[in-house]
Design a protein around this ligand. Structure first.
Ligand code: FES
Ligand code: FES
Length: 199
């Protein structure tokens, strides 16, 4: 199976920068271990490239100006607001979206499972960004207390006010991750889809 796809045309007529890429640059975006060849103008954001060109709608567009966190993805393992990053700047880097978190067999990432268990969502619009931010928050070691979680996820807004359940989910996922790290090798959860660069 090829690990490269060519650019596709979206049906969204409103973002000419995304679709009329005739004068754009040829770039390769590596998303969830799969490389995509695209031609984009300099003004196209990573968020629009993911949604409008690659059909990865899990990453949400909220404010589109860096204030809500709905568009959070990982670039080289660090959380990034995709609405503020030009797609060209993400070229050649490892991009992970919410679609890349679960294992290849469908097993949810511990953070995803914890959000379900604790009802960490209502309408769900902010949830992909919350989850991506939570995964990074735990990895950064900033999930040791409720206060830490609230502080280090303060860039992810939830209009529904699901914050208490989100904090509970992140705290439990952090405990699961810590236990997994302490477990003897071989007792770990299934490998994550995003860990497989060559599908
Ligand atoms: Fe990017 Fe709101 S859509 S921060
Ligand atoms: Fe609705 Fe967060 S669950 S915005």
């Amino acid at each position: 199976m090829s690990n490269s796809t060519n650019s596709t045309h979206s049906t969204n007529p409103y973002n000419s920068a995304v679709h009329d890429a005739g004068s754009g640059a040829d770039i390769a975006l590596r998303v969830n271990g799969v490389e995509h060849a695209l031609t984009v103008e300099a003004r196209v954001t990573l968020l629009d490239a993911l949604r409008e060109r690659l059909g990865l709608w899990g990453t949400k567009k909220g404010c589109d100006q860096g204030q809500c966190g709905a568009c959070t993805v990982h670039v080289d393992g660090r959380r990034v607001l995709a609405c503020l990053m030009p797609a060209c700047q993400a070229a050649g880097r490892e991009i992970t979206t919410v679609e890349g978190l679960a294992a290849r067999d469908g097993t949810l990432h511990p953070v995803q499972a914890a959000f379900l268990k604790h009802d960490g969502l209502q309408c769900g619009y902010c949830t992909p960004g919350q989850i991506m931010s939570a995964v990074a928050c735990i990895r950064e070691g900033h999930a040791g207390s409720d206060a830490d979680v609230r502080e280090f996820m303060s860039g992810n807004l939830c209009r529904c006010g699901a914050y208490p359940n989100i904090v509970a989910a992140v705290r439990e996922a952090a405990a699961v991750e810590a236990a997994r790290e302490e477990a003897p090798r071989g007792d770990t959860a299934p490998e994550r889809a995003a860990d497989h660069a060559h599908l």
